[in-house]
Design a protein around this ligand. Structure first.
Ligand SMILES: C[S@@+](CC[C@H](N)C(=O)[O-])C[C@H]1O[C@@H](n2cnc3c(N)ncnc32)[C@H](O)[C@@H]1O
Length: 206
């Protein structure tokens, strides 16, 4: 009963959501595109010729934003546990990011290149149990930070979705230890009642 009420609420919200409508009009696969567009407008996360890694990329809304900006001289390496339809200029690797073999496959795809910006919009399937969900999501952002530390060029950038809750403050501190500047963003397209925020970290200390 409670469940069907929640799904109805979700469906009503989804149908009336201005970003869902806008995404359909603009040809974006996801309303999440508007979060990254807003963040990039403010924080200039990537530009022409950049190499960008997009973690938790499906269905592709963020890659669709990044690929035309980095252009023909740039590169986007995207990965998700779910399949993703192709996007010109984007190399996609499907697999579970917590699986070491997948992590290694992403590194292999990169070869000797270093990355200008790592973005992560990864979020686990929510079980509804707050502590379980919080631990699962913190684990994913910790792995994303680990990847960023491995692949970023000195002065590179990192942007990750993080849920405020247990472990959040420690995580922000950990990010601060590797970057010169860390800002917390809550884009307009992020639902107010969601505990998600986006950490934008610039100036990787290398
Ligand atoms: C909010 S969605 C990303 C939306 C995307 N940024 C876009 O604009 O289309 C979160 C994604 O994280 C992915 N994800 C969750 N757990 C993952 C894992 N263990 N490994 C890889 N991807 C994962 C989900 O499959 C989902 O596609």
């Amino acid at each position: 009963m409670a469940r069907s009420k929640t799904s109805k609420q979700w469906m009503d919200e989804h149908v009336n959501d201005p970003y869902v409508k806008k995404a359909q009009q603009d040809g974006y696969r996801s309303r999440a595109s508007y979060k990254l567009l807003e963040i990039n407008e403010k924080d200039k996360l990537f530009g022409p010729g950049n190499i960008v890694m997009d973690l938790g990329s499906a269905p592709g809304g963020w890659s669709q934003v990044v690929a035309p900006i980095v252009g023909d001289n740039g590169r986007v390496i995207a990965s998700d546990i779910l399949p993703m339809d192709g996007i010109i200029g984007v190399t996609f690797i499907q697999g579970d990011f917590t699986d070491e073999a997948v992590y290694e496959q992403i590194l292999a795809e990169l070869g000797d290149n270093k990355v200008d910006t790592v973005v992560s919009d990864m979020a686990p399937n929510m079980s509804g149990v707050n502590t379980t969900d919080q631990y699962a999501s913190m684990y994913l952002v910790e792995l994303a930070l680990d990847m960023a530390r491995n692949v970023l060029k000195p002065n590179g950038s990192f942007c990750a979705k993080v849920f405020q809750g247990v472990g959040y403050e420690e995580y922000v501190k950990d990010v601060r230890s590797s970057f010169n500047k860390v800002i917390v963003r809550k884009p307009a397209a992020s639902r107010p009642r969601s505990r998600e925020v986006y950490l934008v970290a610039k100036g990787f200390k290398g």
